[in-house]
Design a protein around this ligand. Sequence first.
Ligand code: ZN
Ligand code: ZN
Length: 187
Amino acid sequence: MPKTRLTAADPPKPPFDGGCACGQVRYHLLDHPLFVHCCHCTRCQRETGTPFAHHAMIEYTNFQITTGEPSYVLVPTDSGGKHWVARCPQCHTAMWNEHGTRKAITRYVRVGTLDEPGALPPLAHIFVRSKQAWILLDESTPKFRGYYDAAKAWPAESLARYDAAKKLRAQETKSAGAKAKKPTVKR
Ligand SMILES: [Zn+2]
Ligand SMILES: [Zn+2]
C-alpha cells in the first residue's frame, strides 16, 4: 500500500534528518510526520521569536537522536501546563518540544531545524486569531481560529499510528512500574 502523501508534488521520502546549528545534536524522523501545522499563538511567537511556530509532530517510536545529547529546558505554556524544549547544549538551537512530560507520545519537531524544511509544508494553520496581519495564508490550507480537533484534522493513518504509540508507552510505563515494585531479596 502506498504511503499517505502528506506533502504536495513529489515529496522527499523519510527518514528526514535534522539538527542544531553547530552540528553537535542530530536527529531523524523515521517516517512521515503524523501531522504538520503552523501555530500562530502568541506563546509560540514569543518562544520562537518568529511570527509562528512550524511543527511536525511524530510519535516517539519514529524519532531518534542520532548524534549528541540535547539539554531539556522547561517552558511554561498558555494553558498553565509546561513543555520541555530540547536544545543543543552548545549552540542552544531549539529543535523540538515534548509536551507535559518527558514521556510524551509525540515530539513537536521544529521544521526549520530539518535539513530540508521545505519537504514538510503545513497541513493546517492554527490560532490564526492571533496571526500577524501581514502574513497572507494560501486558500487551500485549512485554518482554525484556535486549536483544532486532531481526530477530525489528522489523516486516519496518523490517528492509528498515534494510538499504537500511546498503547506501547502505556505498556512500557506499566512494566517499568512493575520492575520498580519488585521486592528486594534480603540476604
Ligand atoms: Zn549545536
Ligand atoms: Zn502555539
